[in-house]
Design a protein around this ligand. Structure first.
Ligand SMILES: Nc1ncnc2c1ncn2[C@@H]1O[C@H](COP(=O)(O)OP(=O)(O)OP(=O)(O)O)[C@@H](O)[C@H]1O
Ligand SMILES: [Mg+2]
Length: 236
């Protein structure tokens, strides 16, 4: 039997609401995402991108189907096992950073270090994220780009095998967005973490190994990209 991909999704369905108000958001999604891939997910607003990401992140139950992460179908896990899965395997980056306002940059990253068996060293991370000089500041004392870098650091410190990013550059200007994308590309190269990035920015497809597009509850595009461009060369 052929080996299963690191992230292997089969016939995933999801609907919200009951009766008349019921809408089927995902109508049977299947795809295979290999270990170490940067995978980008496009789709119109309301097409179910965040829903999909939350399901892969174990935050939202599926109606039916399977989501294998390694050898585990997370759709079959009980609540306590899901918590463990999120702690051990996952980094989650949201559009609006979700930093803890009363903790410094360093502390925001440190609190997540303890969730992992093999965390990355915080000092190294602060340096490579360009946050060393800001490590003692609180979130409201740094810029949006710096807050997002801190949020990325918080997701990365666990050294997660799977990094889920919901519009990681959505709230950032052009220049800062490019910086963040270059950072994510470096992280992917250094740590071989598998990334699923939800975005409205079409240019990101050029730096991604794998491109998905959601339309009317199904994948209208599922292709590999063998002509990668470095993040530094993207324009939009
Ligand atoms: N908790 C919920 N209860 C009911 N409906 C929901 C819920 N979450 C999402 N939906 C609906 O499911 C659909 C998909 O939402 P989702 O947030 O996944 O879209 P999206 O592709 O991420 O959109 P955007 O690009 O605007 O972020 C939408 O019609 C939304 O209204
Ligand atoms: Mg969304």
């Amino acid at each position: 039997m052929a080996q299963r991909a690191f992230l292997s999704i089969r016939d995933l369905t999801k609907s919200y609401g009951d009766g008349e108000a019921r809408t089927q958001v995902l109508k049977g999604i299947s795809t295979d995402i290999e270990h170490g891939e940067i995978c980008v997910l496009f789709g119109p607003s309301g097409s179910g991108k965040s829903t999909f990401l939350n399901m892969v992140g174990g935050l939202e139950p599926a109606d039916s189907g399977s989501i294998y992460v390694g050898d585990t179908d997370i759709c079959q896990l009980r609540d306590r096992e899901l918590v463990e899965y999120r702690r051990r395997e996952l980094g989650f980056i949201f559009q609006f950073y979700n930093l803890v306002p009363d903790l410094t940059v360093r502390e925001n990253i440190e609190v997540c270090q303890y969730l992992s068996r093999n965390p990355l060293p915080v000092d190294d991370l602060l340096n490579s994220l360009g946050l060393w000089e800001h490590r003692g500041k609180f979130p409201n004392q740094i810029s949006g780009g710096q807050q997002q870098r801190c949020a990325i650091g918080r997701a990365l410190v666990k050294n997660p095998s799977l990094l889920l990013c919901d519009e990681p550059t959505g709230a950032l200007d052009y220049h800062t967005s490019k910086e963040i994308l270059e950072l994510m590309e470096r992280v992917n190269r250094e740590y071989h973490s598998t990334m699923v990035i939800v975005t409205h920015n079409d240019a990101i497809r050029h730096m991604s190994h794998h491109i998905l597009r959601l339309r009317d509850g199904a994948l209208s595009e599922d292709v590999l990209n063998d002509q990668l461009l470095p993040a530094a060369e993207l324009t939009w």
